[in-house]
Design a binder for this molecule. Structure first.
Ligand code: HEM
Length: 264
């Protein structure tokens, strides 16, 4: 009788056959297109893993487990560093090598990455128009809508601080989670107190600053890569290209954590 449960193998567990069938260049053998496809697919897998870890951080904050939340944030930061470093690989592709297949991308662009928008949303940069770009009922639209309506990481952090006994204003705890996180003098005072006399939570704050800086670092390196690869040409996604991307660099995710640094 045939074994109903064949032994697990490396290939069956990791779905290697399926994975290796997913790289489908649009050109007829332009060498550099394979790298472009693989690197984007790897990024999407890292985005998936980041979302998985961010969900855990939120859960751990809700469960009042700051040490484990910090541990998970460290993992997220390590992944972010690898993601930034990976841009070096794509920078080995010259402008002419990119041009050998760019036209075949048509209007496709990283601008349409729903997982990247999910990460932005959970960090507080929400945008209804970004949700509506995805077809209704599809995986991306469903996932993004859920993130749009959910509290941000900053909201979980403020609720955690409130349970730690800090006087977070009720208006901050009840804020509309779909609106941008605005700087708050009351929250800043709490953060100053934490930095001065609460090392456990000061460490947690530092990990959030690392995260903020890490994402800005990715944005900066991405725009530099774009400048050296396509100069001032417009993006395939229809934006002005490098100029649009440059406008997204340097915007803090957690403004209060930056605001207080001059006051410490
Ligand atoms: C040669 C390589 C690349 C070029 C020339 C490039 C170019 C661009 C441009 C011009 C935009 C602006 C939107 C548009 O009009 O298309 C953009 C956005 C974006 N790209 Fe890239 N990109 C490259 C590689 C990558 C890689 C490897 C990723 C990894 C996932 C990526 C992710 C993104 C994301 C997430 C956005 C949206 C950013 C935002 O809206 O803030 N790109 N890219």
């Amino acid at each position: 009788m045939a074994d109903a449960h064949p032994a697990v193998t490396y290939g069956s567990y990791l779905k290697i056959d399926e994975l290796l069938s997913l790289q489908q260049p649009r050109t007829d053998g332009e060498h550099d297109e394979m790298l472009f496809i693989i690197i984007h697919q790897v990024y999407e897998l890292w985005f998936k893993e980041l979302l998985h870890e961010f969900d855990r951080v939120a859960r751990l904050l809700i469960d009042d487990e700051p040490h484990r939340a910090q541990h998970t944030l460290k993992r997220i930061l390590t992944i972010l560093k690898v993601m930034v470093a990976q841009l070096d690989i794509l920078e080995t592709m010259t402008p002419l090598e990119f041009l050998s297949f760019r036209a075949r991308l048509e209007a496709a662009s990283g601008f349409q990455s729903d997982q990247f928008r999910q990460i932005e949303f959970l960090l507080g940069a929400k945008n209804q128009a970004a949700v509506e770009r995805f077809p209704e009922g599809g995986r991306a639209r469903v996932a993004l809508t859920k993130r749009y309506d959910a509290p941000t990481l900053w909201d979980s952090f403020l609720h955690y601080l409130s349970r730690e006994g800090y006087p977070v204003p009720p208006a901050q705890l009840a804020r509309t989670v779909t609106s941008p996180v605005e700087p708050s003098p009351e929250v800043q005072q709490i953060l100053i107190d934490i930095y001065r006399s609460d090392p456990k939570n000061a460490d947690l704050c530092e990990r959030l600053v690392d995260l903020d800086e890490g994402l800005q670092e990715w944005r900066y390196r991405h725009v530099k890569m774009v400048e050296r690869t396509i100069g001032v040409k417009r993006g395939t996604g229809g934006s002005s290209g490098a100029a649009y991307l440059a406008s997204t660099v340097g915007k803090p995710i957690f403004p209060d954590l930056w605001e207080i640094r001059g006051q410490l």
